[in-house]
Every structure is written in C-alpha cells, then in structure tokens.
Ligand binder design. Sequence first.
Ligand SMILES: Cc1cc2nc3c(=O)[nH]c(=O)nc-3n(C[C@H](O)[C@H](O)[C@H](O)COP(=O)(O)OP(=O)(O)OC[C@H]3O[C@@H](n4cnc5c(N)ncnc54)[C@H](O)[C@@H]3O)c2cc1C
Ligand code: FES
Length: 438
Amino acid sequence: MPTVSLLIPIFGLILCVVALAQLGLWATQSLQISFRNKKQFELAKQLLREQIRKQGDQRMSSARESVSDQAGALASSASPASSRPSSFRRLEVVKLVKETAVCTSVYMRPVDGQPCETFRAGQHLPIRFNLPGLAKPVVRCYSLSNAAGQGFYRISVKAVPAPNNQPELPAGLISNFVNHQLKVGDVVEAKPPAGDFTLQHNSEAPIVLLAGGIGITPMVSMIQEAINENVKRGVVLMYGVRNRKDQVFREWIDQQTATHENIVAVNCFSSPLEDEVEGVDYQISGYVTVDLLKQILPGPECQFYLCGPPVFMDSLSTGLASWGIGEHQIFSEAFGPAARKPRKPTASQPTDSTGAATIHFLKSNVTVNYDGQSSVLEMAEDAGVAIDSGCRAGSCETCLAKIARGQVDYPDGEPSDLGPQECLPCIAVPVGELELDL
Ligand SMILES: Cc1cc2nc3c(=O)[nH]c(=O)nc-3n(C[C@H](O)[C@H](O)[C@H](O)COP(=O)(O)OP(=O)(O)OC[C@H]3O[C@@H](n4cnc5c(N)ncnc54)[C@H](O)[C@@H]3O)c2cc1C
Ligand code: FES
C-alpha cells in the first residue's frame, strides 16, 4: 500500500500534466482563430482584387452611367414599397431578442394575418408607438434587419442614452421603450417599408458595406438579400464598433463569411476590451477609415454603402470624395436628427441675400431667411419653431404642414399622396416667399 507521502507527489504530477495539456489546447485554438482572422483580412484584399480584375476592359465610366440610369428603374420596378407609403398597418410583436445589453431585435407580423409587404434590403419601417401616458403617438423609423420573404419584419433597436454633455436630459424615448418595456403580444402601427437606400443589383462592381455601430442593421439585410439573390459579386463588410459589447449579429456574420466565399467581414474595434486580442477577436484596431479602404481595395471602382453615426458618415463621405469616388458610387443612410444631408440648391431656389427665399411660420410669428441648404424642418428647429418629426425623410407624415401661401420644392423627389396645400417640411425647401401654418 503506497503511503500518503507517496500519493501527494503523484497526484501533483497528474494535475501538472492535465494543466499543461489544457494550456497546449488553448494555445492551439487561439493560434487557429488568429490565423483564421488574419486570413479573413487577407481574403478581403484578394477577393476584391479578383473582383475588380474580372471587370476587365469594361470601362468604369459605362458602369457608372448604367448605375445611375438603372437605379431609379430598379427601385420602382423591383420594389413595390418604393413609392411614398400612405397608411399605417397594425403589427404584432411576435418575438424579442436581446442582441446586446443595449440592443433588442423585434420580430413583427401583420395583425390581419395577411403577408408582410415585400421590401428591398436597406429600407426602413416608419413605426407609430402609442406610449402609455402620452397624449400623441410617436413615430420613429427603423431599418429592417432581415430580408424580404421570411414572413416577418425584424428591426433591431439600440437604446439611445442622454447626450454625454447633457446627462440631465431624458434618454431616447422610443429606443428605451423598445429595449425595456415592449412585450411580445404588443401591437405597433407601421407604414409599409420605405426608403431609397437599397442594394443596387445593376453593376458588377464589388459591394463595400461600411457600418458604424447600429448602422449595421441595413447591412445585415443587404448581406441576406445578396445571399438570397445569389449575388456573386464580392461583398466586403467593414464593421466599426468600440468592442464586442457593441457588436450586433457577430455570430450570424461569421456564419455567412464562413459559408460564402464572396463575403468577407473586417471588424474594426476602436476601444477593444482588455481581454480582446487583435487578430483573434477583431482584425483592425481603430476606426473604419478611407486609408484602411485604400489598403484593402486595389482601386476605387466599387459601390460604397454607408450607415453609421454622424461623425462616421461625415469622415467617410469626405474621405471617399477626396479619394475621387463619384457620388453615383456612394449610397448612404443617416440615422437620426443629427445627420443632416447637405442639399444642392435647385434652379428655383434663390440662395443669395438679395433675392433670398424666406419662410414665415405664421402661428409662431417667426420669419427666417432661407440658408440655401437646410430643409424647412431644420430651418424651423434652428429658429425655435416646434414641428413634430419622425423619419425626417418624407416617409411618415409626422411633420405634415399646411402651406398658407407660396411654394416648396423637393430636391430629392416629390412625395406622392399629399393633399392640396400640404407639404412635408423634413424634405421640402422654400421657393421664394413661403408662409406655413405653423
Ligand atoms: C431611416 C432611419 C432608419 C433608422 N434605423 C435604425 C435602426 O435600425 N436601429 C436603431 O436603433 N435606430 C435607427 N434609427 C434611429 C431611430 O429612428 C431613432 O432616431 C432612435 O431610436 C432614437 O429615438 P428615441 O425616440 O429613442 O430618441 P429621442 O427621444 O428622439 O431622443 C434622441 C436624443 O435626444 C435626446 N434628447 C431628449 N430630450 C432632449 C431635449 N429636450 N433636447 C435635446 N436632446 C434631447 C435624447 O437623450 C437622445 O439622446 C433610424 C433612423 C432613420 C431615420
Ligand atoms: S418627419 Fe417623417 S415625413 Fe417628415
């Protein structure tokens, strides 16, 4: 019989061997993951080079013409939901999935039992919420984060906190309601899917999806649509977040890149967590920048899709423009009021101080000189005139206003279904002297 003094060292030895084996296994796995992540980044480069070479002699200029000529046709023929929607439909919440601590996906189906309306990836739903205790319903837009034909709509909503410099303000109303109070079985009202930020299927150019934070939602829909429609073009997702706490759909994205050789994802972490390792948990330390794109893409002959916070949109739009990327190659969606799109003045829009357009907000007794680029809604807000708004993109009619005198123009396209003397200030600009019943 071995004595106790003999058993102790034997037991210790066994423990050491087990620990060493575990360590070896962990190191091998880490190396494999690291290798796979590095390979992913290299693959992105290779894939895009290959895609661009395949375009061969096809002159980019003709592809560009084709993009802009066909974009409108595709939007109107392929998307039954591309014209301005008119009526709200009741949708029941059938499932809620917590994607991260501050992001919830909401799955919805029409209460009437009829199918969901079809849509193009990248479109959004204008949704009306009747919150307990509020006199009026509140409308917000949310991009669809699934693709059409699945029998449900899915949106993914990030809870918006109070601004950093004004923590005393209330946190975002609807996004926090969705994240903390919305329940399965609740009913919301939604207009049909809307919006022009859609995947363009009329070019062979590689698709470069640039997502910042919750701007990933329309990109996920686009990846799914590209898969459903068997798109063979290279699809590169550049996903910028602070760290994995902000990353939504990571597992789903990893599955798609693993099973579709034309899809690659490059994760850029600006503030990795202490335990996150470059090459293992993410590929790039830092932001999504045009310099990074220049390293990956052999040239600018791609279609770029942008969605993210204002600072992300601003820096990438400026960077892409200075890289010489034409406007027809860039498609973007801005989430939220902070993201103002600069508008080009139209011929009918006087912009100098001598013949300047003016807006009179009659009920508020406020008159402003038009600045030549803002929407009527933005002019009103800057002047302290309160107008309710939802989508800020002409989809939800929350801002609908009566014209008492004068005319408006719609630089991005005239909405349909407006009554006589009605306008949508969020997308309208004044022509000459405008009087609004506000
Ligand atoms: C086309 C489109 C698609 C979108 N898709 C998505 C999506 O897929 N996912 C997503 O999460 N979001 C999306 N958004 C953004 C979304 O529509 C909302 O803007 C967002 O959820 C915030 O709404 P909220 O009601 O929570 O915030 P709000 O109540 O509108 O508040 C917004 C901010 O203002 C602050 N605030 C509150 N009171 C004041 C005050 N008195 N003065 C100044 N600031 C104040 C709040 O603290 C908050 O930071 C999309 C937007 C658009 C236009
Ligand atoms: S705010 Fe939605 S249409 Fe103007």
